[in-house]
Design a binder for this molecule. Structure first.
Ligand code: SF4
Ligand code: SF4
Length: 529
């Protein structure tokens, strides 16, 4: 036994994923174009909100502490909308992960999307896998410098565009673009672009899978959300092993004959053909469907071999499915040796010799759907997607969504908060009246200045004074909030002056629209201490 401790650091082995085509690759293209399109274009969408309000559809207005999303405007005191959306995003991830594994990682995570984009650029400039490996191993030359330089320049342009797009979410995009070009933008804008450019360039160009494996906590969290009923990318070991290259012949006729049956019948017929002698090694040993061509490994952006079983590094991008399906088509075998599968659907044993456990090898040729049909039937896909766990996540997700939509539509146009001044709780005036002070915050969500009239409700006999004004009307400029100190006075001998506490309501009326709202509070009398 060796006493040598494993090294704490191992240098990254570069990965050169091969180009692949197929359904999942096309799906990744669609999602890549959609996500990048949304990210780069969104800040440039205009939205007319009226005078004095920003006409950018999506804007995080830090200066005025507002978030604009098309017709929705979120103020700081309405942060619960943002919290609700974050909870919905988390529940959505739980939902997708428990049903379909790490689909977020494989298709929509920014690290995956930008790495994919950078790899595409790399492939365009340096060639596919073998050409890139040759270039990597070659000594520096003019050609290598030219190709590397071109690749890094394109990467850098993408990285600058990425950092640049981010800052446009925080200011009026056309104005900021002009300021950036004329060097008049705020230093923080340039700093943000520089940091995000560097992060995109390094993470997408050089670190790639290392970010997922070593920096991101999500793979560990997602592992806990998956169970044997989750659909994930896996290798059908019982069908593929023992793997080997010997005795491969085309089985087009068999494939056509079984082309219209269900999945199990297809496997059964194919395996019967197989045991008839088409997939024999040179030693006469019966082989599985895997011809050990390594195509699934060559296309994997994480550099792993899915045939070794479930691995934390796998982002379920399914490119290995496309690669293997392509190979299966070429050798006339049914697709799905590598597939989206649920582990609890798979036979409990692995070797082909044990395929009888799955009821496959015992089925005689031509009679795989009758009395001798395989006993093993995988559950339909929908049963993996719609399970109690995913239904609970869906219900919770939908409930929060409905609550947010309802809250959005019933929230008052007039917003007011009342904060009693506690120090002191009351003041006794020279003529014996009791005075309480309150800070009232009025929010004007409109694009023009508005006047709000304050009045009192609840306990009677109280008088209202607005600090700095003769009448109880407060003007609030457009799209701002105003904090106004007001006083409530209870003349001597009134019930409110003598009682420890009395209920009090502040009413506010928008003088332009006539809308009214109120806020509850307490009046402290002289016995309140
Ligand atoms: S691509 Fe399919 S056949 Fe080729 S090594 Fe991978 S699993 Fe085996
Ligand atoms: S093994 Fe590799 S190619 Fe296959 S799904 Fe996982 S990460 Fe993607």
């Amino acid at each position: 036994m060796s006493n040598t401790a494993p090294p704490l650091f191992t240098a990254r082995e570069p990965i050169f994923p091969r180009r692949v085509s197929g359904f999942f690759r096309r799906l990744k293209w669609v999602i890549l174009i959609l996500t990048l399109g949304v990210y780069y274009i969104t800040p440039w969408i205009r939205w007319d909100r009226g005078p004095n309000l920003p006409d950018q559809a999506v804007l995080v207005d830090l200066a005025n502490r507002r978030f604009h999303f098309f017709w929705i405007e979120i103020w700081p005191h309405e942060f619960y909308f943002v919290a609700g959306l974050l909870i919905m995003a988390g529940l959505g991830l739980f939902l997708f992960t428990s049903a379909l594994g790490r689909v977020w990682c494989g298709y929509a995570c920014p690290q995956t999307v930008w790495s994919d984009l950078f790899m595409t650029v790399e492939r365009w400039i340096e060639g596919d896998r073998n050409a890139r490996i040759r270039l990597h191993n070659a000594p520096w030359s003019w050609r290598k410098a030219r190709l590397r330089g071109a690749k890094w320049v394109v990467w850098l342009l993408i990285a600058v565009a990425t950092g640049g797009a981010w800052v446009f979410y925080f200011a009026d995009a056309p104005s900021l673009a002009r300021d950036l070009v004329t060097l008049q933008a705020a230093p923080v804008a340039y700093a943000t672009i520089a940091v995000l450019t560097a992060a995109t360039f390094i993470f997408g160009g050089f670190m790639r899978e290392q970010v997922c494996i070593y920096m991101c906590p999500w793979p560990r969290i997602q592992g806990a959300m998956m169970d044997p009923g989750t659909l994930t990318v896996g290798y059908r070991k019982w069908r593929g092993e023992p793997r080997g290259k010997g005795g491969v012949k085309r089985q087009q006729a068999a494939a056509e004959a079984i082309g219209s049956g269900d999945a199990v019948a297809r496997y059964g017929a194919a395996l019967d053909k197989n045991t008839a002698g088409d997939r024999k090694s040179r030693r006469g040993e019966t082989l599985g469907d895997c011809i050990d061509c390594n195509a699934c490994v060559a296309v994997c952006p994480m550099g792993i071999d899915i045939r070794e079983g479930q691995q934390m590094e796998c982002i379920t991008c399914a490119l290995c499915i496309d690669a293997c399906d392509d190979v299966m088509a070429k050798i006339g075998r049914p697709r799905g040796l590598i597939d989206y599968l649920a582990l609890d659907d798979e036979p409990p044993t692995q070797p082909r010799q044990s395929a009888a456990v799955a009821g496959l090898a015992e089925a005689p040729a031509g009679d795989v759907t009758g009395a001798n049909a395989p006993s093993w039937q995988p559950k339909p896909l929908w049963q993996h997607v719609f399970r109690p766990r995913t239904l609970i996540y869906t219900a919770a997700w939908a409930a929060i969504g409905v609550a947010l939509v309802v809250a959005l539509f019933i929230r008052p146009e007039i917003d007011m908060t009342v904060a009693p001044v506690r120090n002191p709780t009351f003041v006794t005036l020279s003529h014996g009246s009791i005075r309480n002070a309150y800070d009232i915050r009025l929010r004007n969500k409109h694009g023009e200045a508005r006047d709000f009239r304050l009045s009192l409700g609840g306990t009677t006999g109280l008088q209202l004074r607005v600090e700095g004004a003769a009448d109880p009307v407060v003007d609030v400029p457009a799209d701002t909030s105003r904090l106004q100190r007001v006083y409530v006075i209870a003349p001597p001998q009134t019930a409110a002056a003598a009682a420890p506490r009395s209920d009090l309501q502040f009413w506010v009326e928008d003088l332009r629209s006539g809308e009214r709202a109120y806020g509850d509070t307490i009046f402290n009398g002289k016995d309140s201490q």
